[in-house]
Design a protein around this ligand. Structure first.
Ligand SMILES: Cc1ncc(C[n+]2csc(CCOP(=O)(O)OP(=O)(O)O)c2C)c(N)n1
Length: 654
């Protein structure tokens, strides 16, 4: 590949700039003006060469040693230094560490600490490009240490199956913290793994900026025409410590000295000097100019304030503002639908109305999903929008996040709610925290077929809503009837925040009711009073509502039955209003007792309206065991519903 002298010179300037910044940063660190630093010295050719090869419209996912990505994309330096030095005016309002930030306007998506977690998100961007027929690529950096993480394998496998234009660029710098690569993986080259994923892989000299540029450019050009992922392994070395405070005693000195001789800047300077493209005074002049520029910006930034905030501001930024617009139900045209049909109808109508909706999940296409919720969808909407996935919960949830950042409204079906544990990190650390960290709303809906009562055992029956209830940034929806299921699903899909939509499998085919045929929606966070009463309030949701309704058929007590419908946001005012009226409360749920939603509700009631209580708040929940397989044990011992009468009698007599 022929590169003009001007380009060679520009590349030199880009390569040298992050080194000059780092040298200054290391000084500031020693002076106590910088809290932490992960050095990329000796690895700059990888960041810079690859950025020089890409177009600015291509998205990039840097890691903690990729300062050169930000400088090569010409990110506003005052903002950059404000972020790095923890001052006001950075990218994350002081909410993130030195390198955990992105800048969407430069098509840079920030990392989270969980190293490989952004690889699936890169897939989401790449899939969006492909669907929109945009000739762009995604490039994701990853250290050789982090290639051991599950997300690495899931993301590449998914990208391969779907032919997504992603460059997975491994920076193999020999060590993952103190762990040498020989303790990290047991193959000769990580690029060799490409074969196993059915994709191309190539090893490059990560200290040779021209080689990095040439190879990345070659693949970027190819991927724009024929989308497919590729693994590039850039061999390099970490010549400083993992981070500056942690030392480097465990690395043999000889190795460091050998690699220092292969310094990418020294090599490239020599190359340009030999070609007479620069001379020593050019180098000196560039260094002096840039150092002056860096110093002047740093001086300006260091006198800026550290970010300050208020409780209100912090809380306000957890969620993107809701843009709920009510769609009234049309009761002129109705039909009798089961719970499962209502979900299917809601999903179908949304897919029909809004081309930005897309469904992903295991066996959801031709097979229609294990519960047949998406049966017939592929015929109607095609395989681009109804996507069968490999068994990769984490990669698919991360992909959904990337797609949502590209304007899609992805809906991901977990085959069973139980399997969401395999996507846990993506949910609690990526989906939940994105808006708070950098103000980007996340429109992802996860559908979770949940619940016991069908003898499916400990791994196909769990109520796991409380796993997520504790995490700021998530919304949790849990309907108990066909009408709500359809209306709440519509709102969940529109919601510009991550929503976990729990659907009880036991309700799918056991309940039905007359519901409007057309679309309508229901605002999230509003409970429903299923039955008015004055003696006692039952607070419940999901299957609990069905159990409570059964009980109500045969009691003379005046019971107020509240169906929460949403656990987050929780309609606390609605709960308190009822408790103030009845003065006694039973909190009922199928999930087991300890640390369940009931514990929080009970605490809130006790704290907020203690004076109105005539009895302790009582919880009735499943016992604290895994869910037994045997239907007898599940029904007679595990689940709580047989004890409703006893608990209510206890409360009434109190
Ligand atoms: C999931 C996870 N486990 C552990 C860590 C702690 N940690 C941070 S960086 C690091 C080493 C990473 O090595 P590598 O991926 O090779 O990148 P490098 O630091 O060498 O650039 C470790 C273990 C983490 N951030 N995330």
């Amino acid at each position: 590949m022929k590169i003009s002298s001007n380009d060679l010179l520009e590349l030199y300037h880009l390569l040298k700039f992050p080194r000059l910044i780092e040298e200054k940063m290391l000084l500031l660190l020693r002076q106590g003006k910088l809290s932490k630093w992960f050095s990329g010295i000796g690895q700059e050719a990888i960041s810079v060469g690859s950025m020089f090869a890409l177009e600015n419209e291509d998205v990039v996912f840097p890691m903690h040693r990729n300062l050169g990505v930000f400088t090569s994309r010409k990110v506003d330096l005052e903002r950059l230094f404000s972020q790095l030095l923890g001052r006001e005016g950075g990218f994350t309002k002081g909410r993130d560490r030195t390198f955990h930030f992105g800048a969407m306007e430069y098509n840079i998506i920030g990392m989270i600490s969980h190293l490989a977690a952004m690889l699936p998100v890169a897939n989401g961007f790449a899939l969006s490009y492909k669907l929109k027929k945009e000739k762009k690529v995604a490039l994701s950096f990853i250290g050789e240490g982090a290639t051991s993480e599950g997300d690495f394998h899931e993301a590449i496998n998914l990208a391969s199956v779907w032919n997504l234009p992603v460059i997975f660029l491994i920076e193999n710098n020999g060590y993952g913290l103190s762990t040498p690569s020989s303790d990290q993986y047991n193959c000769k080259n990580l690029a060799d793994r490409a074969k196993g994923y059915g994709i191309k892989g190539e090893i490059i000299d990560g200290n040779n900026v021209l080689e990095v540029y040439t190879v990345i450019k070659k693949y970027a050009d190819q991927l724009r025409i024929n989308p497919a992922p590729v693994i590039i392994e850039a061999k390099t070395f970490r010549v400083r410590g993992h981070e500056e405070a942690s030392g480097i005693k465990y690395v043999p000195k000889k190795l460091i000295n050998e690699w220092k001789k292969k310094d990418p800047i020294l090599w490239y300077e020599k190359y340009l000097l030999d070609k007479n493209i620069i001379n020593n005074s050019d180098i000196k002049e560039f260094e002096e100019n840039k150092n002056r520029e860096i110093t002047s910006i740093i001086d300006k930034v260091l006198i800026k304030k550290v970010p300050i905030s208020t409780v209100e501001k912090e809380l306000n930024d957890v969620f993107s503002l809701s843009s709920f617009k009510e769609i009234q139900p049309d009761f002129k045209s109705t039909e009798i639908r089961r719970f499962v049909d209502a979900i299917k109808d809601g999903l179908f109508l949304k897919m029909k109305e809004d081309p930005s909706t897309i469904i992903m999940g295991q066996d959801i296409a031709e097979y229609g999903g294990v519960f047949k919720v998406t049966e017939g969808f592929i015929e109607e909407f095609g395989e681009d929008r109804v996507r069968n996935t490999p068994i990769t919960e984490s990669a698919v949830i991360g992909t959904a996040l990337g797609m949502s950042m590209q304007g899609y409204k992805p809906i991901v079906e977990m085959q069973f709610a139980d399997f969401v544990s395999n996507g846990f990190n993506q949910i609690v650390n990526n989906l939940a925290k994105t808006h708070y960290r950098w103000g980007k709303g996340v429109n992802v809906t996860l559908r979770l077929p949940t619940g016991a009562g069908i003898g499916a055992g400990p791994f196909h029956s769990q109520s796991n809503e409380s796993w997520f209830f504790h995490t700021p940034g998530l919304k949790i929806v849990y309907p108990s009837n066909p009408y709500d299921a359809k209306g709440l699903l519509s709102s969940s899909i529109e919601e510009n925040n991550p929503v976990l939509y729990f659907e009880h499998k036991g309700l799918y085919r056991s309940i039905k009711e007359e519901i409007p045929k057309k679309s309508y929606n229901i605002e999230l966070g509003k409970l429903k009073i299923v039955n008015q009463g004055s003696d006692l309030t039952i607070v419940t949701y999901g299957m609990g509502v069905i159990w409570a309704k059964e009980y109500l058929k045969n009691t003379n007590y005046s019971i107020e039955l509240l169906d929460l419908r949403c656990l987050l946001p929780l309609d606390l005012q609605g709960i308190l209003k009822s408790v103030k009226k009845t003065n006694k409360v039973l909190v009922l749920h199928e999930d087991n007792l300890t640390g369940g939603i009931g514990a929080e509700i009970s605490a809130l009631i006790t704290e907020k309206c203690f004076e109105h209580l005539d009895a302790p708040v009582v919880r009735l929940c499943s016992i604290d065991t895994p869910i037994p397989f045997s239907s007898n044990i599940e029904r007679d011992i595990y689940l709580p519903n047989l004890d409703i009468g006893e608990k209510i009698n206890y409360l009434m007599k109190y």
